[in-house]
Design a protein around this ligand. Sequence first.
Ligand code: MN
Ligand code: MN
Length: 475
Amino acid sequence: MPKTKPALNYNRANGYEGLAPAELKKLDDVCARYRDFLGKAKTERKAHDEAVELLEAAGFQDLDGLIHEGAKLKAGDKVFRSCAGKTLLAAVLGKQPLEKGLHIVGGHTDSPRLDVKQNPLYESGEMALLDTHYYGGIRKYQWVAMPLALHGVFVKPDGKKVVICIGEEPGDPVFCITDLLPHLSADQNKKSLGESHEGENLDVLVGSVPSKDKKAKEKIKQRVLELLHERYGVTEADFLSAELEFVPAGPPREAGIDRSLIIGYGQDDRVCAYTALQALLDVPGTPEFTSCVLLCDKEEIGSYGATGMYSNFFENTVSEMLALCGGTYSELVLKRALESSWMLSADVNALFDPLFPGVSEKKNAALLNQGTCLTKYTGSRGKGGASDASAEFVAQIRRIFDRAGVVWQAAELGKVDQGGGGTIAYLMARYGMHVVDVGVALLSMHAPWEVSGKFDVYMTYKGFAAFLKDGRRNK
Ligand code: MN
Ligand code: MN
């Protein structure tokens, strides 16, 4: 018989109460490093490159190089593999064979933004503009009348890549999409919020000085092309094979007089990508099961494409690791490895917002500073599209988090029939592995500047770290 009665009530509390000073110091450290990463990782390509830099500095080796050498992998080895410079897998080989399953934390590094079209440049009203096509779910009215930075690559037919980054350094120029003045917005004001700004009109102002070229028909457009050629060696035709993204300009900032919040672009889902990566870097020694982190592209547009979670990159990479681990490679062993795996689908949820209380059911909404957020099911209209984790697996996560002192909360995205969302969880669940969503809940998700709470960021890091090193089947 237990000496003390179990608590009958489940109580939620602000995690700052009772937080030890040593933990507060670690919290500040993790969040400072996260802010640094977020400021550099403004696109999926940059998030990938920053992650590779951190992995290489920690002794992780490029798996493709090891495959080429015909090297052998053993417990404790640290590897990563890139998919087209956008998606990334990193792993620390465990004591148990891969066949016994991996512990995977998978987030995404793409964020909503404005992509430049393939034939984008035009001149109108004494201005030069770049035409865009938005990427992911944006509320269009939020992206106008604010400073934007331009990131991306031009790739020439000979394969030469020209990297562009304008608007992030303090002395850089920035760009913007103009908006209507209130004095002349009578017609626009009659439209619904969703119709006030047309997607086709999200064109970015890039210049206004005419070229001195007397033969040019459109002199302002000509001047922009001259500058692009002078500085980057590119021509108008090079836009055809380019990937250029307009994103909010400038670094993330601390927010609140107590500095308890972080405001910054792209926290969905770089906050989970970073905390997962840092948790992997901090895995002590050799884990029982192989610890694996996935940083995926294309989640915001449905995970399609070679760099999206729908592709076979993850499966192929596990095959490659199996092949390098020796023994006889077989598809059966691969299937066993996948089916025996456990995964945290690391993605953001929505915080309860006192300005919009009506969209949440408060008992089951994520609250600020109540820790990392476990979402048993996503989906919409009767859990449609959700992978819906089993109670058995959620119980395992409870065990791991509670033992490690992780402050966490269970929450769903919005009240019933208000809307909903999805993550990469269901794409991993199809292997038969256990998957549940865990991550930081945000305010203003998908807005140019999203807000997270530092406490929740720290607890998400702590939760991922505890999950990656858990040696559950031996306990
Ligand atoms: Mn997301
Ligand atoms: Mn999203």
